[in-house]
Design a protein around this ligand. Sequence first.
Ligand SMILES: [Zn+2]
Length: 292
Amino acid sequence: MQDGYTLTHEHMTIALSPGDLGTDSFDALCGDLRELYGWGVRRIVDLTNPTMGRDPDYTRRLSQATGIRILNATGYYLEPDIPASVDRRSIQDLAAEALRELRDGTAAVIGEIAWSPEPGPRERKTWEAMCLAARETGAPVFTHPSLGPQQLLQAEYLISRGVDPGRIVIGHIEFFPSDEALRRVLETGVYIGLDMIGKDGPDRDEYRADLARTVIGWGYGDRLLLSTDLCRRRDLKACGGYGYGCLFREFLPRLERRGVTRQQMDLLLKANPDRLLGPVGGEPGRPGSLTT
Ligand SMILES: [Zn+2]
């Protein structure tokens, strides 16, 4: 395999529930990231936005310590985590703040923007604002759908507001209700994230590997992205857990046993992220590379 891989849905810090990865895990996290570096990973998209505990200084230090480029996100998570101050602000004001962050290099992507099963008013408002910011900058947008038909609704919502499908990543595809629903999302032209690899044990990863083989078999391998979405300190390899590296240690061999070639794996981990984000170090959203 080549190197220069990108994991597209991760969290270097997250503060949503007890046991989440905090900034007190620096040394343990560096251990896991060095393993990833050994597997060829050179870039990670950290989808922790400010409502989830984003810490750009911390990710900068991690990056310096490990040699892996880490991109930060701007955006809003689920309704209970969105501050009440959003109620008093206009959609344009929220969009302008995201634009500022994308332009000054604080963030390179919009994510992970989330919908509850019944999207609330703050979710609706922040989604409108993030659509404006995405349209203006071309920054990639990463979503967190809840269960049910939301993946298709999210894709259609973003596209109907002028966001290029080639800049959209619909996350957590393992929660799609059916193969048919998944296929309908792919037909809109968006990327999809198989982004919880390692969670809930080997049987679940067997299911995920089947799902990846199905998507590749349909001819949509150029729209599939892989990641782990590891959030808990106890899941770090350095703390006795499966670690981000399980994607390379255990999941890729599962794909291989299903006939997925090395070339196809490189597509998922390198060519697809590079098409979405730009080459490592040359991401759209960096200062100087934005439309105004
Ligand atoms: Zn996530």
